[in-house]
Design a protein around this ligand. Structure first.
Ligand code: OAD
Length: 246
């Protein structure tokens, strides 16, 4: 990096949760090899067969809440960065798990929604959920059965909190994408927005995804992210102490 950033935006994808035991989407054994996107991750799929869609998310929610699933050192390092970095910081995740929050991150933008929330399709009210959702379940607001859906963003729907994300991308001077393949827009275009507004861009991934970042760190997120966060925080502390000395 050319200079110490004052404003950082981080985008995470499924790769950051892989070492916690949650499957990514596009690996050879990933979720989209075992399920058709059209069936389980579109509004049309839900209209056609809501039981199948509920089963897909209920299974993933049970796994998320099961014992072996816990945050890994990459999640913990990003929580530390949020707490200790002196500049502006925004963590945006495409993940619908809660591992960033469980690691201690306070301010997480879940642009693709959250697995532990459900929504009434009539009132748009959002409720916490830890058990299963079913088509027989009556909604707490309208009292009707069949109106509840997972509070997740499906293909063809608008991701959440986009104005806030775009504003932060336009202001940041460092954008980092961690563990995402860059296949799904609008998230796949975030580094372009940041770069057009003067930011440096970095990718941390098992491999170079070929998406045109300025810098790449290749390796497992659980190893690479804590090391990178330590370097960034040390540089941030040095900058603060040298500006106090002036
Ligand atoms: P993908 O499955 O497309 O990509 C995961 C990325 O993580 C790949 O580039 C891997 O190389 C990388 N990776 C895997 N293990 C890693 C590790 N231990 N350390 C570092 N990197 C690792 O997942 P996403 O890019 O998150 O959207 O997918 C984006 C969106 O596509 C998801 O949010 C979901 C999906 O369809 C919706 O469902 C709307």
């Amino acid at each position: 990096m050319h200079s110490m950033p004052e404003s950082v935006v981080i985008l995470t994808g499924a790769g950051i949760s892989a070492e916690s035991g949650i499957s990514t989407f596009r690996a050879a054994d990933g979720l989209w090899e075992q399920h058709r996107i059209e069936d389980v991750a579109t509004p049309e799929g839900f209209f056609r067969d809501p039981r199948l869609v509920h089963h897909f998310y209920n299974t993933r929610r049970r796994l998320l809440l099961s014992d072996p699933i816990r945050p890994n050192p990459a999640h913990t390092a990003l929580a530390r960065l949020e707490q200790q970095f002196g500049g502006e910081f925004l963590l945006v995740t495409q993940n619908i798990d809660n591992l960033h929050e469980r690691a201690g991150s306070r301010n997480v933008v879940h642009m693709h929604g959250e697995m532990l929330k459900m929504r009434c399709q009539i009132s748009e009210r959002v409720f916490d959920i830890r058990g299963d959702i079913s088509i027989e379940q009556r909604c707490r607001c309208c009292g009707e059965a069949g109106n509840l859906r997972p509070h997740v963003v499906w293909f063809g729907e608008m991701p959440l909190q986009m104005p806030r994300i775009i504003g932060a991308l336009e202001r940041c001077d460092l954008f980092i994408a961690i563990g995402t393949s860059g296949q799904v827009y609008p998230a796949a275009g975030f580094h372009d927005i940041a770069r057009r507004h003067g930011a440096e861009t970095m990718e941390i991934n098992l491999e170079d995804t070929g998406s045109g970042f300025d810098y790449h760190i290749c390796g497992k997120a659980g190893d690479t992210v804590p090391r990178f966060v330590d370097q960034l925080l040390e540089a941030d502390r040095n900058k603060a102490s040298s500006s106090r000395g002036k």
